[in-house]
Design a protein around this ligand. Structure first.
Ligand code: GRF
Length: 196
């Protein structure tokens, strides 16, 4: 199964997928393409180091979101990708894009949806809100992408306990290490091997 991984930043979730394919934790899967909306995203460096084609397609390069969407759809289809993985990807994808790949787009979110998700909940802010609320357990969720924000069907979740001395940074790191980097590769392997 050929996949496209969409990124915006550091690419640690992309790295987890690369490493899982290399170690055999993910089988029958090839990352055909990494697309970043940001020039210079370290995720592109990770793709290059792994010998994977990485390109930049930014909404800013287009007259409107629809033109962006159509070029993204064509690029991904031309690469023969059957699954699209949003891994730290911060662009809200247009409806035409979601419709073009109905049921074939998955996302990793750094909380236990439906907590701390939706518009404005991304990156460190998710963990700041969890600490502010005083929850004892958080974690990460892999879900299918639909036309909403973090609203598609849930595929998998993994819980992470909050420690008394956690800061947003230490919590983010532990959620990535103990949850995101575990359930995202597993979801890809389950889809590639028709277990879900
Ligand atoms: C992380 O906060 C992750 O939870 C979210 O995007 C951020 C960066 O991820 N999905 P990555 O290191 O770019 O994969």
């Amino acid at each position: 199964m050929k996949i496209a991984v969409l990124v915006s930043g550091g690419g640690t979730n992309l790295q987890a997928i690369i490493d899982a394919i290399a170690s055999g934790k993910i089988t029958t899967t090839e990352i055909a393409l990494v697309i970043s909306n940001k020039e210079g995203a370290y995720a592109l460096k990770r793709a290059e180091q792994a010998g994977i084609k990485g390109i930049v397609i930014s909404p800013k390069q287009y007259a409107d979101k629809e033109a962006y969407s159509q070029d993204m759809i064509k690029t991904i289809k031309d690469a023969g990708c059957e699954l699209i993985v949003l891994a730290g990807f911060l662009v809200v994808l247009p409806e035409s894009f979601v419709n073009a790949f109905e049921g074939k787009i998955i996302n990793i979110h750094p909380s236990l949806i439906p907590s701390f998700c939706g518009d404005g909940f991304y990156g460190l802010k998710v963990h700041e809100k969890a600490l502010e609320r005083g929850v004892k357990v958080t974690g990460a969720t892999v879900h299918y992408v639909d036309s909403g924000t973090d609203t598609g069907p849930i595929i998998d979740q993994k819980a992470v306990y909050i420690m008394p001395d956690d800061t947003p940074e230490t919590l983010q790191r532990r959620v990535m290490e103990e949850a995101e980097w575990v359930i995202l590769p597993k979801a890809i392997d389950d889809i590639a091997n028709h277990r879900i």
